[in-house]
Ligand binder design. Sequence first.
Ligand code: 5GP
Length: 186
Amino acid sequence: MASAKPNRVQLHELSFRPFLTEKEIKDRVTQLGQELAYRVKGGKPSFLVMLRGAFIFAADLIRASGMDGEVSFVRTSSYHGTESEGKVRMHIAPEASAVTGKDVILIEDIVDSGLTMQAFLPELAKLKPNSITLVTLLHKPEAQRVEVDIDLVGFVIPPKFVVGYGLDYDGRGRHLAGIWQLAEDF
Ligand code: 5GP
């Protein structure tokens, strides 16, 4: 007997409702992997994964691409709403050996305002990669404040807060197989 799927998830004080199912994500990530392999044809890419939110997406995307590239990680936070906006704080900086002269595939969970990428991409460019291909699972164009050159987008979504599939709310919800959207009706 199939058990009823929950239609709400409570994380701290917030309630979330289903937005993208595990199956929808899996199908789209499979397509993205194939598209990526087509674009980076013949190359041996260097996957650079933005922690923490992109870790689950990256694991699935890299396998879906079938490409045998090296994998490394970066962790940044950006200063929002301050005078130093546009700067990025590197908690884990990219390693030159993984970037210089390489075809870098940068894997991000979500582009929201675009400020993180606006600040990070020039830092990455300083390490002189051969190319940068930016892949993001989610994109909120209506929330975007600055131009970002995104090569591949999984899903274009409305400007509402989401969790699951690696994305958290205050440390919770990363384990959820689907993506859940903030419920604003209570
Ligand atoms: P941006 O600099 O483009 O505004 O934001 C990028 C980062 O903000 C993402 O990597 C992610 O960590 C966080 N973020 C933006 N929107 C959301 C969202 O809806 N849910 C979660 N969990 N994080 C988000």
